[in-house]
Design a protein around this ligand. Structure first.
Ligand SMILES: O=C(O)CCC(=O)C(=O)O
Ligand SMILES: [Fe+2]
Length: 285
């Protein structure tokens, strides 16, 4: 892991934005060259996978949401501990973390004359049964996602990521009876290279792309290590050459199953990495 990460910790202002609103935009994380490489790799994933989804009913013009893309190109691996984002993840969740999920969404423009399927967007909190099986109010955070935007969604008609700011502490949100969207809903306006962090409990939805520009976003989900991955995490081919922190993030646990709930230092190299640089007392328990 790159020491320059330490220059990009979560500021007090960013923390209060994330804690209060449930999301945070970090601008200019990816430079032009890196964006080009990533967009090429994203296009390759789409070319390979769209036909498989089409066989299962995905229509032309519908968004492709492909899980577990991380293993498909080394350039995707680089974002897992990106120096401009990773310490902010650590400053929110702590050192006992892993990548539990990755997905790429490619949202093409709606074909002309496409019928809107209903007025309201598909609002949800992330993680399925986590929202049902655990009784608590508010629900626990457990994970967050970082979305790396490869294309420009500063205009608001490009299938923008939408959020209801501050809704992460509400187990339920009330929507207007006439089927309209929530009055507090907003489109997040991210430029190419921006990273959008969001708490999994934040009520959020994909927008409709009624522009003529395809939207491409790479989502990285980080959670505590005891949570089961939400996809197949096809990453074994990265393990041998990955540094110890990456190995942790990719799901390694030298002490097996027990090490996921009661880790010793060997299971969590990120903890030692941090304590060597920041001192033991800087670490959360
Ligand atoms: O496509 C979007 O903007 C929504 C993505 C989403 O719901 C997610 O990444 O959890
Ligand atoms: Fe979601």
């Amino acid at each position: 892991m790159d020491d320059s990460s330490l220059e990009h910790r979560l500021s007090a202002k960013e923390r209060s934005q994330f804690e209060n609103e449930g999301f945070l935009i970090v601008r200019n994380v990816l430079g032009r060259e890196q964006l080009e490489v990533l967009e090429k790799a994203a296009n390759k994933v789409e070319r390979e996978w769209r036909p498989h989804y089409a066989e299962r009913g995905l229509q032309e013009g519908q968004a492709l949401n492909h899980l577990d893309f991380i293993g498909q190109d080394e350039s995707f691996l680089e974002l897992i501990d990106h120096p401009k984002t990773f310490m902010k993840v650590v400053d929110i969740l702590g050192w006992h973390i892993q990548l539990y999920h990755s997905h790429i969404i490619v949202t093409p423009p709606r074909p002309k004359g496409y019928q809107l399927s209903g007025k309201r967007l598909g609002w949800h909190q992330d993680s399925g049964r986590l929202n049902i099986d655990i009784e608590s109010n508010p629900r626990p955070r457990i994970s967050l996602k970082v979305g790396f935007f490869l294309t420009d969604t500063t205009p608001t008609d490009r299938g923008n990521f939408h959020v209801i700011p501050g809704s992460h502490l509400s187990n339920k949100v009330e929507f207007p009876e006439d089927g309209a969207d929530h009055p507090d809903a907003i489109p997040v306006q991210a430029a190419p290279g921006d990273a959008v962090f969001f708490d999994r409990r934040l009520w959020h939805a994909a927008g409709r792309n009624v522009s003529d520009v395809t939207r491409k976003v790479l989502f990285y989900g980080y959670s505590y290590r005891w949570l089961k991955p939400r996809d197949n995490m096809t990453v074994d081919h990265y393990m041998a050459s990955a540094d110890p922190v990456r190995q942790q993030l990719l799901g390694a646990s030298p002490n097996g199953g027990f090490g996921f709930t009661s880790p010793v230092d060997e299971d969590v190299p990120l903890k030692s990495w941090l304590s060597e640089r920041l001192g033991e007392e800087a670490l959360a328990p």
